[in-house]
Design a protein around this ligand. Structure first.
Ligand SMILES: Nc1nc2c(ncn2[C@@H]2O[C@H](COP(=O)(O)OP(=O)(O)OP(=O)(O)O)[C@@H](O)[C@H]2O)c(=O)[nH]1
Ligand SMILES: [Mg+2]
Length: 325
C-alpha cells in the first residue's frame, strides 16, 4: 500500500520519492529488502530505459567538475539527469563528499537533475547491488541519462562498466611518455577517453596526451561493440566547458550505432546475466560467513588437519550443513 504510492510518485518523477526509494534499497534490514524488492518489481513493468554512462578517473582529475558542466549542458537541452556515485572503500572522506556537493552546486539546484552521493560503506558486492537498484529506480523515474561516477582506484571500474551502456575514462594531461600508469584492463573498458583540463597552460600537454591515448587505443584488440574509429580519445575542459558538446555527440553516435546493430540489447542482456551469477556467488559466499558456518568450518578444518577426515569427506559434510549439497 505504502510501497505502491511510493512507486507511483517515482513514476511521476518526484525526486523526493526517488531519494526515499534509494534509501530503501541501500538498507540491509530484512523488511526494507522486502519492500525494495516489491517496489522494484512494480517499477520494472514501466520498461523505461535511461542512457547509463559510467565514468571513472583518478582523484582530482575533474570528475565532479565534469559532471556538473556536462550535466548542466544536458539539462539545458531539456534532458533529465541523475548522478550516482560508487565508492567501494573509504577512499573518499566525508569531506570530499561535502566538497562534491558544493562543486555540483549548480547542478544540484537544477530541477531536472538528481544527485545522490554514495553511501559510505562497504564490500563491492553490496555496492553493486545497491547501485544497480538505484539505477533501476532512476530509470523508472524517467531520467534520460544516469551518470555513475567512481574513483579510479581499483575494482570499482569493473562494477561500473558492467552497469553501464557507455564507459568514460577521464584523464589528466601528463608530461612524459608513460601513459600515466593507466592499467590496460581499464583502457579496454573505455568507450571514450576524455583528457580533461585542456585549457590555459595545460592545453598543449592535453593535446599531446590525447594523441598518445588515441595511439594506445588503436593498439587494443578490436571489440565487436564498436563501430570504426571507436573507442576514441578527445580533449575537454570541464572548467571552461569546452568539448562537452562534441563529447556528447560522440556518445550519441556510438549509442545509436549500438542500438541499430543490436549491441545495446545484447550488452544489457549479458550484464543482467552477469549480475545474476554474481548474486548467486555472493549469496553462497555469505552463507559461509555466518557464525555457525564459521565454527563448523573451523571444526571440519581441524579434523582434516588431524587426519580424522579426508578433505573431500569434510567438504561434503560442510556443504550438507550449509544446505547446498
Ligand atoms: N584547469 C582545469 N582545472 C580543472 C578542470 N576540471 C577540474 N579542474 C580542477 O581540478 C580539481 C579537482 O576537480 P574535481 O572535479 O574535484 O576532481 P574529482 O575527479 O571529482 O576529484 P575527487 O572527487 O577527489 O576524485 C579542482 O581544483 C578543479 O577546479 C578543467 O577542466 N581545467
Ligand atoms: Mg569528485
Amino acid at each position: 500500500m505504502q510501497t505502491d504510492s511510493l512507486g507511483d510518485r517515482i513514476l511521476n518523477g518526484e525526486r523526493r520519492a526517488l531519494a526515499r526509494a534509494i534509501t530503501l534499497v541501500e538498507s540491509n534490514r530484512a523488511d526494507h529488502r522486502a519492500q525494495a524488492a516489491e517496489l522494484l518489481g512494480q517499477l520494472a513493468g514501466a520498461g523505461r530505459q535511461s542512457l547509463r554512462i559510467g565514468m571513472s578517473g583518478t582523484p582530482g582529475v575533474g570528475k565532479s567538475t565534469f559532471i556538473e558542466s556536462f550535466g548542466m549542458m544536458l539539462t539545458a537541452q531539456g534532458l533529465r539527469v541523475a548522478v550516482l556515485a560508487v565508492d567501494p572503500s573509504s577512499a573518499r572522506s566525508g569531506g570530499s563528499i561535502l566538497g562534491d556537493k558544493t562543486r555540483m552546486e549548480r547542478l544540484s539546484r537544477d530541477k531536472n537533475a538528481f544527485i545522490r552521493p554514495s553511501p559510505s560503506q562497504s564490500h563491492l558486492g553490496g555496492v553493486a547491488r545497491r547501485t544497480r537498484e538505484a539505477i533501476a529506480l532512476c530509470e523508472a523515474a524517467a531520467y534520460d541519462v544516469v551518470l555513475i561516477e567512481t574513483v579510479g582506484v581499483g575494482q570499482s571500474e569493473t562494477v561500473v562498466s558492467e552497469l553501464s551502456d557507455l564507459f568514460l575514462l577521464l584523464l589528466a594531461p601528463a608530461g612524459g611518455d608513460e601513459l600515466q600508469g593507466v592499467k590496460r584492463g581499464i583502457m579496454e573498458m573505455a568507450d571514450i577517453i576524455l583528457v580533461n583540463k585542456a585549457d590555459g597552460d595545460l592545453k598543449a600537454t592535453a593535446t599531446r596526451t590525447c594523441a598518445d591515448y588515441a595511439g594506445a587505443l588503436r593498439l587494443l584488440r578490436k571489440r565487436p561493440q564498436d563501430p570504426e574509429g571507436y573507442p576514441r580519445a578527445m580533449t575537454v575542459s570541464a572548467v571552461e566547458e569546452h568539448g562537452l558538446e562534441q563529447a556528447w555527440e560522440e556518445m550519441q553516435t556510438l549509442t545509436q550505432w549500438r542500438r541499430d546493430s543490436g549491441h545495446w540489447d545484447t550488452n544489457r542482456a549479458t550484464q543482467a546475466r552477469y549480475w545474476f551469477e554474481q548474486e548467486v556467488r555472493h549469496a553462497l559466499l555469505a552463507r559461509l560467513e555466518t557464525p555457525t558456518a564459521r565454527a563448523e568450518m573451523e571444526q571440519m578444518s581441524a579434523k582434516v588437519g588431524a587426519g580424522d577426515l579426508s578433505p573431500s569427506a569434510a567438504a561434503e559434510h560442510m556443504l550438507a550443513s550449509l544446505g547446498v549439497d
